[in-house]
Design a protein around this ligand. Structure first.
Ligand SMILES: [Zn+2]
Length: 260
């Protein structure tokens, strides 16, 4: 690629990283340039009207929003401060700490005509209005009770874009990396060398596999797949700091052995 590598922006939502990602100029988020320009103009007009006056908000740029875990007001405020609008809400997996803000964020942007909610089909059980029991079971396994779910539950929207391994969403390729959950996915911008690894790979740590649907053998294979993508790739995980594939590959001695 030419030019600067695009840098995702992080919003810390109670310990989960929500990423705002604007692909490099010339890349698409999956919406055609014409539609993006029209939509941006419509939103700018609506926003100017609804806010009453004054300043022009200009044409917003499209972005991806990854894992709106909590704090929907913070997420929306940051997206607006950057003069962006999300064409897609992408979910690395369905755990509640990655989707807690989804009902409010999806409603806010859905009301503006933008609502693509994408998750791997094997984690789709965590979305939709009937997903509360799945969240209760999962949170209880992690925390011993489901109090957090009861305190923060809002009906989840349905996914609108089921993801499968190899799919492309704009400049991002979908990598199915099961193990933390059956439907865990990583999002890879090959051109920009940027990877959103969800709860599969963290800085000097890997995702837990003791929750419902977790599988230690599968996460081993998923991690080795990520390590093979290239040492130069910047990694933006679901929790904690950023890293690069080469540093993680060396941290784990090159690859995970067969008998993890
Ligand atoms: Zn998780």
């Amino acid at each position: 690629m030419t030019g600067a590598r695009p840098t995702p922006r992080r919003i810390d939502t109670h310990g989960t990283n929500c990423w705002i990602y604007v692909p490099a100029d010339g890349s698409e988020t999956g919406v055609s340039a014409e539609i993006a320009a029209e939509t941006a103009a419509e939103i700018a007009a609506e926003t100017a009207v609804s806010r009453g006056a004054g300043g022009s908000h200009g044409a917003r740029k499209p972005c991806f929003l990854i894992d709106p875990g909590a704090c929907p007001d913070d997420i929306i405020r940051n997206v607006e401060r950057l003069n962006l609008y999300p064409t897609h809400i992408l979910l690395t997996h369905g755990h509640f700490d990655h989707i807690g803000a989804l009902p409010d964020v999806a409603a806010y942007y859905g009301n503006q005509g933008i609502q693509t909610i994408a998750i791997h089909e094997a984690d789709a059980l965590y979305l939709g209005k009937d997903s509360r029991d799945a969240h209760r079971r999962c949170w209880s396994a992690a925390a011993g009770n489901a109090d957090y779910i009861e305190a923060h539950w809002k009906p989840q929207p349905d996914p609108t874009l089921p993801l499968r391994d190899g799919d492309r969403v704009g400049s991002l390729r979908i990598l199915h990396v099961p193990g933390h959950t059956p439907g865990s996915a990583a999002f890879f911008d090959e051109e920009a060398r940027v990877l959103f690894s969800g709860d599969c790979l963290f800085k000097n740590a890997i995702g837990r596999t003791d929750l419902p649907g977790g599988d230690a053998r599968l996460i081993r294979d998923s991690l080795n797949r990520l390590f093979a993508l290239g040492d130069d790739i910047m990694v933006y995980p679901g929790h904690g700091g950023t890293t690069v594939i080469g540093a993680e590959r060396r941290f784990y001695g090159g690859a995970f052995p067969g008998d993890l």
